[in-house]
Design a protein around this ligand. Structure first.
Ligand code: G1P
Length: 321
């Protein structure tokens, strides 16, 4: 494991202002909850998952967010817009706490929306951002991946991009039997703690073909050169245009770095992980955490008293997708 450095706050002025958030997926793993509600709007404690992602972008100084959506995603647009009627009702009641809470999403960043039109893959979704992004480097944040709210991963990635140029991916070491779920990076030392040179990338390799245990997690800072590559990237794994395949071409040119992350990352796209995310973040909340944690301890002790009958092994976990 490559040690993570202390985050730097110095460095050259950043050119990156724009974040792209692909959010066009159908959310089939969460049906029927996602029949009429976008999966990105499922609550994690009391905020929709997608709000954490926009908060992370805003915290890293990205004040322009482009959502790549699809049909049935209007709730996302409404969430990042003003809700005048609701605001007036709360204002009339003097409920300033809730008033702030509903105003916050629209204040975080200028949030734009375009539709992908056809579900042709993550690479195609990113290509849809071309006109909006222009010729500046930009960040991509995948809505299913939540990064611990106190982490500075994206800022570190922006610093690395500012110093080296090119593109930067976030990497996390995962067990060998999980690498087939991710894009996987072949890496070489960069001479800097927590930063590697990415020499190759492969989308969801079989374990025996994986060049490392470094998984690409859903944060990228991309050189706009990726658009030209994506335009001619043929469908890859799953018949979809893969961002990983386009980045492989850039990696072969030696222009991709990886920032190694070992902090908390939550995959809210999976039912079991989604539930674990809600529990973990609820425990960390100063307002809810203390009472919820005591209840949780009692609840778990109660399960243990019953001989663990309600505690299933992973292989029997009915929530595992
Ligand atoms: C996508 C990317 C994959 C990456 C993963 C991170 O896959 O294609 O390279 O490792 O996100 O979450 P998905 O999970 O959308 O299938």
């Amino acid at each position: 494991m490559i040690a993570s450095p202390t985050p730097t706050t110095t460095g050259p002025a950043r050119a990156v202002r724009k974040a792209v958030v692909p959010a066009a997926g159908l959310g089939t793993r969460f049906l029927p909850a996602t029949k009429a509600t976008p999966k990105e709007m499922l609550p994690v404690v009391d905020k929709p998952a997608i709000q954490y992602v926009v908060e992370e972008a805003a915290a890293a100084g990205l004040d322009d967010v482009l959502m790549i959506t699809g049909r049935h995603k209007r709730a996302i647009e409404d969430h990042f817009d003003n809700a005048l009627e609701l605001e007036q009702t709360l204002a009339a009641k003097g409920d300033t706490v809730r008033l702030d809470a509903i105003r916050d999403p629209a204040r975080l960043a200028a949030v734009h929306h375009i539709r992908q039109g056809e579900p042709l893959g993550l690479g195609h979704a990113v290509l849809c951002a071309r006109r909006h992004v222009g010729d500046q480097p930009f960040a991509v944040l995948l809505g299913d991946d939540l990064i611990g709210p106190r982490e500075t991963l994206l800022s570190r990635m922006l610093d690395v991009q500012g110093r080296h140029g090119g593109s930067v991916v976030a990497l996390m070491e995962v067990p060998e039997d999980q690498i087939h779920l991710y894009g996987c990076a072949a890496v070489a030392p960069s001479g800097e703690d927590g930063v590697v040179r990415v020499t190759g990338l492969v989308e969801k390799p079989a374990p025996e073909r994986a060049p490392s245990r470094y998984a690409v997690i859903g944060r990228y800072v991309l050189d706009p050169a990726v658009f030209g590559v994506l335009e001619r990237t043929p469908p890859g794994r799953g018949g979809e245009i893969q961002l990983t395949d386009a980045l492989q071409e850039l990696a072969a040119d030696g222009t991709v770095h990886g920032v190694v992350f070992d902090g908390p990352r939550y995959d809210t796209g999976d039912k079991g992980e989604y539930l674990r995310t809600v529990v973990r973040l609820a425990c960390e909340r100063p307002d809810l955490g203390p009472a919820f944690t005591s209840w949780l301890k009692e609840f778990v002790a109660g399960l243990e008293d019953t001989g663990g009958r309600s505690v299933t092994r992973d292989s029997e976990d009915p929530l595992a997708a």
